[in-house]
Design a protein. Sequence first.
Length: 342
Amino acid sequence: MQKTLALVDDPLFFKHVAPAGHPERPERLHAARAAIAEAELDLRRLDLAARPASDEELARVHTHAYLHRLNQAAGRSGYFDDDTFYSPESVAAARAAAGSAVVIAEALIQGTANFGLALVRPPGHHARPDGAMGFCLLNNVAVAAAHARAHGVSRVAIVDFDVHHGNGTQEMFYADPSVLYLSLHQSPLYPGTGTLAEQGVGDGRGYTLNIPLSAGADDAVYGAAVERIVAPVLEAYNPGLVLFSAGFDAHARDPLAQMQMTDAGFRALVRRTLGALSAGVGVGLVLEGGYDLLGLGRSLRASLEGLGEGPIPQIPATVLWATHERELSRATAAAAEIWKLA
């Protein structure tokens, strides 16, 4: 039976108007839309309407005080920090972005779709419980994960492959074993978090898993990280829902980082991750970063194609892979200490 991809998109996301020269610009969505149109997918497409996230949905991960401050910015322009801007429609767009991630989660939970894509901006994974940060106003993927938990999904996994560490998402679930947060990211790099030592606290210890990689990591490095760490941990955790924080700024063309991923690497990353899941587990992608338009489009297309059936693409080892062997070994050991990986 043909599987279904649910898609949420809305013109409102273009009304989050960037200052001149800012990398998080509306044109990113044009590139993403073109990629979807060109993708060779053996999936039925289901278009779903965006809606604003409710205060109740947002308050599961954000403080009431911050939501009040955010609402006060509606209809105005300014900056929450040096690089996190807002324009008159930004608060409405941010609420719709978080709501779109919720819509995708609901479709996956209810079985309306097998896969989902929230094609949103502003992005979300840097947004903290009490504030905006790093281009992000509301933490879209965290709102969706918390919504899934509130509606009966006992274990949710968030796999964050944006090149920057999702400090906000980590903070929101740092003590919560019902949400597993796995992040592959460049280090050192903004925001400076995401070390191996950051593993969660209390009952949540071990349910935050960071895989920091130095500049230059390519398809083979990411592939090895997924094969050695991400896939076996997901198999052990056995989530009922998986959400990707789908940032494409680890692409070799991206101007804000120094990784060497290609389209094929993103396809393999998604495909191998799916191979670690139990049958019938819903998988949603929530758009995060990716600031080279060609790199973003190609990588998103490849990732969607990675949702399809067929063998897992093989990425051969490279010289770059060898230079990251120590980092991969340390990350594997840190994961094995808690997850008893073979």
